[in-house]
Ligand binder design. Structure first.
Ligand SMILES: [Zn+2]
Ligand SMILES: [Zn+2]
Length: 143
């Protein structure tokens, strides 16, 4: 069995990760702090994570420790290999999903098409709302 948060103490560390105080955790740091995302995975797989195992945040948000946002890797090497071949939202950067873009300074980068499409959709929605507000103001003035 893995340990629960017995002290009720929680903090955000300087790297932006949430930590929970579990003094009797076998891999706790000084003063008993353990990364919350590791505890979430441990509770799911019902064993302690080895120090070499790495937990990845799928959406890139370091304090989003919902189980569905976390991915476990056996080593940092596997973790880094995953990050090289996937965008920061976890889509595979391969084949049709990769667009090569230029940042305007001659630097080429790989862009995830799924994310790019999602970004454009968000932009359209935002601007549609702006237009609607603008039109509403205009029609009020005209009345
Ligand atoms: Zn990662
Ligand atoms: Zn993506």
């Amino acid at each position: 069995m893995t340990q629960r948060n017995v002290t009720g103490q929680k903090r955000r560390n300087s790297s932006g990760y949430i930590e929970i105080r579990v003094p009797d955790h076998p891999y706790a740091r000084a003063r008993g702090w353990v990364a919350e995302h590791r505890l979430v995975i441990e509770a799911q797989i019902n064993r302690f994570l080895q120090p070499g195992e790495v937990v990845h945040h799928i959406n890139g948000i370091k304090d989003d420790n919902r189980p569905e946002n976390l991915m476990l890797f056996a080593s940092n090497r596997e973790h880094m290999a995953f990050e090289r071949t996937h965008c920061k939202h976890g889509h595979q950067l391969e084949g049709d999903n990769v667009a090569i873009r230029d940042d305007g300074h001659g630097y080429k980068y790989r862009q995830c098409r799924i994310c790019e499409r999602a970004k454009h959709q968000r932009w359209d929605v935002k601007n549609r709302d702006k237009k609607r507000i603008y039109n509403a103001k205009r029609s009020r003035k005209a009345a």
